[in-house]
Write a protein that binds this ligand. Structure first.
Ligand SMILES: Cc1ncc(COP(=O)(O)O)c(C=O)c1O
Length: 352
């Protein structure tokens, strides 16, 4: 067995891995990557067919990305975002806000006029480290917002059946994949689930199966939307509307790559907005998916908080939660009130 494989067997505990099986054979030890190809210690090559779980959209060892990281490394590798701003974080936040507000132009957003932003649906970026911790940010923001606006004293959350939102305790609490979540039940807070729009296996789709995308030929009365409406209404009658409805927009990934029919998102977004419930869009896939989506499936609501992971090939783990103006108006307060958003990681807004 290769020396590095031996060290791995001896010292490394792998995520989501049955370690007893792992120890029975020599692991593939990757030493290099170029484009879509990875190379192991023996010189064998592998096609990285899922782009290292959507983190490497532009390919391994991309010269422009490498050059940008090297240029930043020569200036500054890290400084804390607690009490200090830094150049890449300021520029990137402006660009993210501009990209999250398509068609609008607002001020001072970056070098390119395409990133000019004047009025915004999304206003602030909170940098995080990865998908799970970005979900925690959105969760805590929604929690604080619900309490400070008086929407709910004990905020509760709604998410989709089969949802996966990450592995930190808050993110697991929002998820509903039993296999992943059962083990930690005792650690979690309760959250509610509602049926996902899954036309292919939908009990309400009356169309006989065809050899094409079930979203195109479905025959239903949007019963999946009715179920969201009923859930929201039931919670309102209890006197505590949901603080947030958390979902993956357009396609649920780990739940089984479940694509949503055009129009579902806009409909449920409107229902949630009516209740004062925030929307948390947990997006881990590359933005290309969104461009392919019909405009009718995009939520227009002003209550959207978007969570993005590093699916854009920043290489280094990064994520951001983009929040609407209302949240920023209500969550922070005056210094003496101690209304601060008490959350942050040591590497938040890392310049690299
Ligand atoms: C929808 C969704 N949210 C959150 C996460 C967690 O992201 P991370 O692995 O970066 O913590 C994932 C991971 O695949 C995901 O699919």
């Amino acid at each position: 067995m290769h020396r590095l494989a031996q060290l791995d067997h001896r010292y490394v505990w792998h995520p989501f891995t049955q370690m007893r099986d792992w120890l029975r054979q020599e692991p593939i030890v990757i030493v290099a990557g170029r484009g879509a190809v990875l190379q192991d210690v023996h010189g064998r090559e592998y096609l990285d067919a899922n782009a290292s779980i959507w983190t490497n959209l532009h390919g391994h060892n991309h010269p422009r990305i490498n050059a940008a990281i090297r240029a930043q490394l020569r200036r500054l590798a890290h400084c804390s975002a607690l009490g200090l701003a830094n150049e890449p974080a300021s520029l990137l936040a402006a660009q993210l806000v501009a990209l999250a507000n398509p068609g609008r132009r607002a001020k001072g957003a970056g070098r390119s006029p395409k990133f000019e932003v004047r009025s915004s649906k999304f206003e602030k970026v909170f940098f995080s480290d990865d998908g799970s911790t970005a979900v925690e940010v959105a969760l805590k923001l929604a929690y604080e917002y619900a309490r400070r606006t008086g929407l709910a004293a004990k905020p509760r959350f709604l998410s989709l059946a089969g949802a996966y939102h990450g592995d930190t305790v808050g993110a697991v609490s929002l998820g509903h994949i039993d296999l992943f979540h059962r083990a930690y039940r005792g650690l979690l807070f309760p959250s509610d689930q509602v049926m996902a729009p899954y036309c292919y296996r939908c009990p309400y789709n009356r169309a006989p199966p065809e050899r094409q995308d079930a979203r195109e030929y479905r025959r239903c009365r949007w019963e999946c939307v009715d179920q969201v409406a009923r859930r929201l209404e039931r919670q309102r009658r209890r006197g505590t509307p949901y603080a947030a409805f958390v979902f993956e927009p357009l396609m649920q990934g780990a739940a089984g790559m479940i694509p949503q029919p055009a129009g579902w998102l806009a409909r449920v977004a409107e229902l949630a907005r009516h209740e004062g419930t925030l929307l948390v869009a947990d997006e881990v896939r590359p933005p290309g998916d969104e461009r392919a989506a019909p405009a009718s499936s995009q939520p227009k609501a002003s209550n959207l908080t978007s969570v993005r992971r590093q699916g854009t090939n920043w290489r280094l783990s990064a994520a951001a939660a983009t929040s609407p103006p209302a949240v920023f108006r209500r969550v922070p307060g005056e210094y003496a009130e101690f209304k601060t958003f008490f959350h942050g990681h040591s590497y938040t807004a890392n310049p690299l």
